[in-house]
Write a protein that binds this ligand. Structure first.
Ligand code: MG
Ligand code: CA
Length: 544
């Protein structure tokens, strides 16, 4: 089965959309009326809008300065993007939402908050300073057809902490953390550091640890011993901040454009990167489940909230001593919570944070609260007991049958080979890095296709047996692959680095391009068995 086909399987795409569509209907029909009736939006979070359901899965990329956030994103989408600026200067650093668009354009923050099709309608309370630092970049990019990516400003290191941002940075992070499907937190293996702002940023992520994936980036720049130390230090620091029962998943990687340095944990990096990429690739498949989970979480909070508000209403005297009774009730809130849990059989975990609730209640007129409305509560119970349960089989079905849901990023990364996809692939006939196979050099998997490749080569009229970069480039452009991919192919195939391709190098280039067009992954470095036989000795000695 071709990997490319997974990308646009209309039937399975329809199933995912059906679940999302049904969740939206249930929200408007069952939940929203209760939220409005009991002023839920004032106490907890703004109401969902269409964009919250239609939204593609979002990935939030965060980390300290120069941990490689922007470079990581470029790696994911295989292209430069407008407004991407790589550098350490804090003042020019923006929140950038990268989204799919048929034409390239940049939408400034202020315009984003008024666009009903965008999932950023309620960021305006963060103020103008923030909105000036927020933009959406739309580009026609394959990867972005299935996910959106949020690039964030670098978190300040200890030395730079005096610079003020002019807006509540952790609050903005929290807003995004609540809405995204995945949070990628990057650390630099080369210089691990925990600043004040980083610790505050962690606070913003609390409660969303399940979305978090930590990446120890640039791991090829340290030796194995250093890597072990840094990994240990990172796990220890994370353990102090996030008190989650499960151990946090930390990936070792080297996501950046520079060629990877040879190191003894090279293979570990490749496997780890592949794990992380497949996690991201599965986001669209899991997005419906994530939305369902969030809706259930919300519905349970709404139920607890309705009981709290109606309880307070019942307790209020009709005329006298309203103000003192109100303060008394706020003071008593922890006890009231327990009472409701027992009387109404609402689990303690569904209740909001008591202190925050007390603060919010201070400014409220309790006499305007509503009493319990049985038909609204019955509708909510139906949502939790049967409506949502009816949707579950549809989602489980996907898991059981392992239907090829529309994956993203298949073959779109400059990633590594994926062994399972290369079983019938000439690339994989000789496993690399296997000492026993190093002697077995007489086989060149490209050989059997070479006549076909030679035909193209000689048609491009090589001079003295070689094609110049310009000529190869012209031909390569006809494949319509992104420039970043083509330049990567060029780098891999110009084995002797003379800026020209001879017939063997050109064969490697076409072979890689063919593999890429079939949806395979480009290797980061040319595997030794793909190196043309005439150039092998040099490369082998380079590797030592
Ligand atoms: Mg950046
Ligand atoms: Ca060459």
């Amino acid at each position: 089965m071709s990997i490319r086909r997974l990308r646009s399987n209309p039937k399975t795409l329809g199933d995912v959309n059906k679940v999302t569509e049904e969740l939206r209907n249930l929200y408007y029909k069952r939940l929203l009326p209760i939220e409005k009736y009991y002023s839920f939006h004032h106490f907890h979070s703004p109401c969902y809008e269409d964009a919250d359901f239609d939204n593609k899965p979002m990935v939030l990329v965060m980390g300290q300065y120069s941990t490689g956030k922007t470079t990581f994103i470029r790696y994911l989408i295989e292209q430069e993007f407008p407004g991407s600026r790589v550098g350490p200067e804090p003042t020019t650093d923006n929140f950038t939402a990268l989204m799919y668009g048929r034409a390239e354009r940049i939408i400034p923050g202020n315009a984003l908050t008024v666009d009903p099709k965008m999932p950023f309608r309620n960021v305006d309370p963060f103020g103008n300073t923030f909105l000036n630092r927020f933009q959406c970049v739309q580009i026609p990019n394959k990867v972005l057809e299935n996910i959106s990516i949020i690039d964030t400003p670098g978190i300040l290191t200890a030395a730079k902490r005096r610079l003020s941002r002019g807006y509540d940075f952790p609050a903005v992070l929290r807003w995004f953390a609540e809405r995204v499907d995945r949070i990628i937190l990057l650390f630099d293996a080369h210089k691990l550091e925990f600043s004040d702002e980083l610790t505050r940023a962690f606070g913003a992520l609390c409660g969303h640890e399940d979305k978090l994936r930590v990446v120890l980036n640039k791991a090829d720049r340290v030796d194995s011993q250093q890597l072990m130390r840094v990994y240990g230090a990172l796990m220890w620091s994370l353990g102090k901040v996030f008190r989650t029962p499960e151990v946090m998943r930390v990936y070792i990687g080297s996501f950046w454009s520079e060629p990877r340095q040879t190191c003894d944990h090279y293979q570990l990096i490749e496997r780890e990167e592949e794990d992380l990429l497949s996690d991201i690739r599965n986001l669209p498949r899991n997005a419906a489940l994530r939305k369902l989970n969030d809706l259930v979480k919300r519905a349970r909070l709404v139920r607890a909230h309705a009981h709290i508000i109606s309880y307070l209403k019942e307790e209020m005297p009709a005329i006298f001593c309203r103000e003192s009774k109100k303060h008394n009730l706020i003071y008593q809130l922890p006890v009231i919570f327990t009472k409701i849990q027992q009387q109404q059989r609402v689990p303690a975990g569904d209740f909001p944070d008591c202190t925050k609730m007390q603060e919010k209640l201070l400014g409220q007129d309790f006499s305007k609260f509503k009493t319990l409305k049985p038909n609204l509560m019955a509708s909510l119970d139906k949502l939790l007991t049967s409506d949502i349960a009816n949707l579950m089989p549809l989602l489980h079905q996907h898991d059981l049958e392992r239907k090829p849901l529309p994956g993203v990023l298949d073959g779109d990364f400059l990633g590594t080979f994926r062994p399972e996809h290369f079983k019938r692939d000439p690339f994989k006939e000789l496993p690399r890095d296997d000492e026993n196979n190093k002697a077995d050099f007489d086989e060149w998997p490209v050989e059997k296709f070479k006549p076909k490749y030679d035909e193209i080569f000689y048609n491009l009229s090589p001079i003295e047996g070689k094609l110049s970069g310009t000529k190869v480039r012209e031909w390569m452009m006809t494949t319509l692959l992104p420039n970043s991919v083509l330049s990567h192919v060029w780098r891999l195939s110009d084995v002797d680095n003379d800026g020209m391709l001879d017939n063997e190098e050109f064969a490697v280039a076409v072979h890689l391009i063919e593999g890429k067009l079939e949806g395979h992954w480009l290797p980061r470095e040319l595997p030794s068995h793909l190196v043309p036989p005439s150039k092998r000795i040099r490369t082998a000695s380079n590797e030592e």
